[in-house]
Design a protein around this ligand. Structure first.
Ligand code: ADP
Ligand code: MG
Length: 173
């Protein structure tokens, strides 16, 4: 509960606030974000269980051309997806650190090396890895609002600022 309040306070201060009244709106945000993916981008997804972090990642991956099943890598902590962006092979690594017991687990798995200029990293529960995770380019805060959700997006790098400027979120597209 306290964590949720923290997210909501962070989200108020974000660069961009988006209402997501239906799952279709979350899918639309995933599509908008997919158009802005560039190698090396690090996205943190904040929010309570059920806030829509995995749903947003799934929408983003499908919009980026991945047609298979996307489920949260809760037990393996990370799942790689091979994408083709602008004719280039790019790996997107989807992390879910909800069950990470210690930073050693992250380091011993060699995850530190995944954060490089050619890999896109999307991280659920980044709070659990704050000792070992590199800083994000983009923070996304997801919140339950009534029956729907809301998203707050904050750019933490020049690259992410450009992403947000060109996001063109259009829920009906
Ligand atoms: N904008 C929305 N409005 C209502 N329900 C949503 C919205 N976006 C996603 N959902 C639903 O909320 C749930 C989110 O679950 P999930 O993505 O697994 O959450 P998390 O990864 O944050 O724990 C899913 O059942 C999804 O269908
Ligand atoms: Mg999840």
């Amino acid at each position: 509960m306290l964590k949720q309040l923290f997210y909501e306070m962070q989200a108020i201060k974000t660069d961009l606030h988006i209402a997501l009244p239906t799952p279709a709106a979350t899918d639309a945000l995933g599509r908008s974000l997919a158009r802005q993916l560039v190698p090396g981008l690090i996205i943190y997804l904040h929010g309570d269980l059920g806030a829509g972090k995995t749903a947003l990642t799934r929408a983003l991956l499908h919009a980026a051309g991945y047609s298979g099943h996307v489920k949260s890598p809760t037990y393996t902590l990370a799942e790689p997806y091979e994408l083709i962006l602008a004719g280039q092979n790019v790996t997107l690594m989807h992390f879910d650190l909800y069950r990470m017991a210690s930073p050693d687990e992250f380091l011993e798995a060699g995850f530190r090396d995944v954060f490089n200029q050619s890999t896109i990293c999307v991280v659920e529960w980044p709070e659990n890895g704050h000792d070992v995770l590199p800083e994000p380019d983009l923070d996304i805060y997801l919140m339950v609002v009534g029956e729907g959700r809301a998203a707050g997006l904050s750019a933490r790098s020049e690259q992410a600022r450009r992403c947000l400027e060109q996001l063109h979120f259009a829920p009906n597209l």
